[in-house]
Design a protein around this ligand. Sequence first.
Ligand code: PMP
Length: 425
Amino acid sequence: MPFTANRAFKAAPRLLQRAKGMWYWDVDNRPILDATAGLWCVNAGHCRSEIHQAIMEQSRTLDFAPTFQMGHPLPFQFARRLIQHTPVGLEHVFFTNSGSESVDTALKIALAYHHAHGEVERILFIGREKAYHGVGFGGISVGGLPNNRAAFANRLLTDHLPHTLDLEHNAFSRGMPSYGIEKADALHELIRKHGAERIAAVIVEPVAGSAGVIVPPVGYLQRLRDICTAHGILLIFDEVITGFGRLGTPFASNFFGVVPDIMTTAKGLTNAAVPMGAVFVSEWIYDDIIKNAVQPIELFHGYTYSGHPLACAAGLAALQIYENEGLLTRGTGLAIPFEEMVHSLRDQPNVIDIRNLGLMAAIELQPKPGAPGIRGMEVMKLAFEQGLLLRVTGDIIALSPPLIIEEEHMSQIQQKLVKILQVVS
Ligand code: PMP
């Protein structure tokens, strides 16, 4: 099983059987409140009938169309709808099947862009410590979580910025922490070390998700943007988690007012009903590749299932729900009660930090001496038993509920967490 301790799981499996709205039910028919939107992805809540209907109808009409030198209208239709919500300038779309594929596609587009310019030396990527960018070789190379790379040598040429987590200065910050903008200046050092002319792109998650919701310090992303622009280095935002309303804006770039050159998405793109990812690319990058590429196939890249009809149908239906119900901005109003709810847990046992932005939050627990991750795992298991779905990474509890959450669900999450934190040793 993916990312699972297989032997332990076999002894005590946790199996979900059905879902609706904010809730899952396990195979014993116990309700489980979903505080993580599945895996940061079911933004409009589970089993939406509009999406179900769209997938059924599409599977009757056109199940698949080959993607080489041929296509079908839905990806174009979906792309045109999507770019009404993306930050200005990010107006070309390449469809993939997952976040990992979106990341690898974005890295390849960056290389193709420099190649089309004759800047063939620009092949090095800068990632960031603690980043998660999926599991492709590109993603684990730019990613910065040691476990994802440990057994897998032979990666891309990369270097890494320091992460921005700073419990000493920023613990219990609400929203963006005020300390740490100068962490972006490490990019100057990497440019001195490698030479700007060798760096293809910098890739960051605007808010790091999988490492435990690390919110960037005020001004940090803008500073990265400025340094990249000054040196002809492309800036890629990995918005696989932050895309589609998680921060109360359609994308994190809208929230921070910083526009990258390339943006990766997946997860909320189809409300997770069908696997799909999308990479958004600046007009000028697209134009350059199309104009200057020497091969007739300008971007020699693609997947059998790029823009799959069922995924497009699900995505179009999901976007319609997001628009009809105002979900891409609903988090703005909910961010304050959500912040109050998570920070009310401050005095619970073992809590050493609480971080939040929009409808993302983390509660960091003190690791047990000599046994990191054990306390976190206990919390996750106990929560599941008590009917609460949490994402736990090490000793950090991450919350990212569906964007349809109501205040009554927030109090249920809060009450359950208090109970759990009180009993976990
Ligand atoms: N990038 C980010 C920021 C992610 O959070 C994830 C998944 N959690 C991925 C990439 C990879 O997505 P997938 O699991 O769909 O390949």
